[in-house]
Design a protein around this ligand. Structure first.
Ligand code: ZN
Ligand code: ZN
Length: 104
C-alpha cells in the first residue's frame, strides 16, 4: 500500500501563475517569485514567504493510493478515514478491502 503523486502543482495567489514540478529536481518558481514547487512525483515540496501557506498559494496537486492487497487505486477522499484517538493521527484504509494505507 503506497501513496503515489500524480501531479505536483500550485497556483500563486499573488500573480496567479500555476507552476508544476514534473520530475524530482524540477524546481519551478512563479512569475513574481513568491512561491516555488519541487519534488516532481517523489515528494511535494513548497517554498513560500511565511505561514499560513494558504495566504500564498492554492495547492493543486493530486495524489492517489494504491492498495497492495486488492490493487485498487483511490484518492484521499475515497479512502475510509479513521482518526486515531491516542495521538490524533489519521489512518487511511482501502475502501475496497479495508487494508491500512498510511499514517499522516
Ligand atoms: Zn507569484
Ligand atoms: Zn484494498
Amino acid at each position: 500500500m503506497s501513496k503515489r503523486i500524480l501531479c505536483n502543482k500550485a497556483r500563486c495567489k499573488t500573480c496567479g501563475d500555476i507552476i508544476e514540478s514534473v520530475h524530482v529536481h524540477d524546481y519551478k518558481t512563479c512569475k513574481c517569485g513568491k512561491i516555488a514547487v519541487d519534488g516532481g512525483k517523489e515528494y511535494l515540496k513548497r517554498m513560500f514567504p511565511s505561514f499560513p501557506y494558504q495566504d500564498w498559494f492554492e495547492d493543486l496537486s493530486v495524489s492517489v493510493y494504491d492498495c497492495s492487497k486488492c490493487n485498487k487505486t483511490f484518492t484521499e477522499e475515497e479512502a475510509c478515514r479513521v482518526i486515531k484517538n491516542t495521538e490524533g493521527n489519521a489512518i487511511f484504509c482501502c475502501p475496497e478491502c479495508g487494508d491500512v494505507v498510511s499514517y499522516d
